[in-house]
Design a protein. Structure first.
Length: 105
C-alpha cells in the first residue's frame, strides 16, 4: 500500500520519540500490505477499529497512541489522518477529524 502524509508520522515522533519505533514498524508493515478489504486488514491488526467504510483506528505502542487513517483499498492507498495519545483521542471525533492534525506539543 502507498502511505500518504508520512510527514505527519515523522512530525509526531519528533515530538514523542517513544512512539517512533512503533509508528515506524506500522509504516513498514503498511507499505508491504496489499489489503483488499477491512477483513484482510483486521486479520493482520486484530485490535484495529473500523470506524467507517474507509476510516480505521490503529492502537500504537501498546495503546499509548492512536493512529487514524483512511484506507482506499481499490487504489491501495492509506491516508494518515491523525495521530495522538489516548487522552487526546478521547477528545476528538474519530469519524470527522480532518487530515494532518498531529499533536505538536
Amino acid at each position: 500500500m502507498r502511505v500518504i502524509a508520512v510527514r505527519t508520522l515523522k512530525m509526531f515522533w519528533e515530538q514523542h520519540p517513544d512512539a517512533e519505533g512503533s509508528l515506524s514498524a506500522w509504516y513498514q508493515e503498511a507499505i508491504k500490505a496489499a489489503w483488499q478489504n477491512h477483513g484482510q486488514m483486521k486479520a493482520q491488526y486484530k485490535s484495529a477499529s473500523v470506524i467507517t467504510a474507509r476510516r480505521v483506528v490503529f492502537n500504537i505502542k501498546g495503546n499509548s497512541y492512536r493512529l487514524i487513517v483512511d484506507i482506499e483499498y481499490r487504489l491501495q492507498i492509506i491516508f494518515i489522518v491523525w495521530v495522538g495519545n489516548h487522552l487526546q483521542y478521547e477528545k476528538i471525533n474519530a469519524k470527522t477529524i480532518g487530515y494532518g492534525k498531529a499533536d505538536k506539543k
